[in-house]
Write a protein of this length. Structure first.
Length: 344
């Protein structure tokens, strides 16, 4: 399976210092300053704290009540765990984060394209399912499902006694926030709002995420997850989370996203859909071999994501994350350099 963020591998293969690599392949928040956190011996020689009630005060920034929160060591962990625990048929809205497809499950997985659901969500009435998984904004195009479509899905699923898992790992990057998640989880006892802090706080080395749902769901899930699932380092970070550090983030992302789209259009790359998050999918010009482009960029310490493992896309599509202007300028400059070399 392929993922972005393969900086260690790239550094080893090219003899780079890992700090010199600019990673456009994984969509971390490039606009935040990471706090310095030191770990004493007590974090290593003692078991991690299991009193997660204390850390629930911090992890959602006060957006959700404590009894609505389950803390987990990264959303990928949660995806694999919940897939194994699921019964009945599972619907996955595609394209999606590929771990939903890779994760082992005893259930039958049924894929329904986003454009089909957007056009007619009531088609779900024809399906027998116990769970439905939606990435919001979508992966890898970063588009938002319309609010009326989401409400239709929730109502149909509620009638079927089916769970709705809403993956909002990138919601903090979007200026558009059409859903009121607090109201929704109070109204729909079948809704699970899943958020990874990896992207928004740029902490992929610390596996931290949370799930918000009705209190009775949280109580039930607590019994399905091991007690020492969070490391001491992760818990220490959670206690220092400051959501004020995300102030102005969506606006900065929009500015740089528009800059990248404009410059890439000028090079013949076509953006796919209407992205609202901190990543953009492009279709490459026909004369561009993206595998060669990827190799060239890697040799210059730059990583992009080729979407060859997405059946909806392929090797002629790439995904680029949105970063600070100086890094975006360097990426565009190197792509221009590569394209110029093609005609020498």
């Amino acid at each position: 399976m392929m993922h972005g963020g393969r900086v260690h591998e790239t550094a080893r293969e090219n003899g780079f210092n890992i700090k010199s690599i600019i990673d456009f392949s994984s969509s971390m928040n490039d606009f935040i300053k990471l706090p310095e956190i030191t770990m004493g011996r007590e974090c290593i020689e003692n078991y991690p704290d299991t009193d997660y009630e204390y850390y629930k005060n911090y992890i959602s920034g006060g957006e959700f009540k404590k009894d609505n929160i389950l803390i987990v060591p990264g959303l990928t962990y949660f995806i694999h765990r919940i897939m194994l625990l699921s019964s009945g048929n599972i619907i996955i809205i595609t394209p999606t984060f590929n771990e939903y497809l890779y994760a082992r499950s005893n259930s039958k997985k049924v894929e329904i394209p986003l454009y089909v659901i957007q056009k007619n969500p009531y088609i779900l009435k024809n399906y027998n399912f116990n769970s439905i998984f939606i990435v919001y904004p979508s992966s890898p195009t970063g588009e938002l499902m319309e609010a009326n479509v989401m409400n239709a899905i929730l109502n149909i699923s509620l009638l079927k006694n089916a769970r709705v898992f809403l993956d909002e790992s990138f919601i903090y990057f979007s200026e558009k926030r059409p859903l009121n998640e607090i109201s929704l989880i109070n109204k729909y006892g079948n809704l699970f709002v899943c958020r990874s802090l990896t992207k928004a706080f740029s902490i992929p080395g610390l596996r931290i995420a949370y799930v918000a749902s009705a209190p009775e769901n949280i109580i039930m899930m607590e019994h399905d997850f091991d007690p020492w699932r969070m490391s001491s380092a992760s818990l220490k970070y959670i206690s220092k989370i400051n959501y004020n550090n995300l102030a102005g983030l969506p606006e900065m992302v929009t500015l740089e996203r528009n800059y990248i789209i404009k410059r890439m259009l000028g090079l013949g790359f076509t953006p796919v859909g209407k992205p609202v998050a901190n990543y953009i999918t492009f279709k490459a010009p026909e004369h561009i071999n993206t595998l060669d482009l990827d190799k060239f960029l890697k040799s210059n310490g730059i990583l992009i994501r080729i979407l060859d493992d997405y059946k909806e896309f392929g090797t002629n599509y790439i995904r680029i994350s949105v970063k600070r202007r100086n890094k975006n300028v360097r990426l565009i400059s190197k792509i221009k350099e590569y394209m110029g070399d093609l005609y020498k």
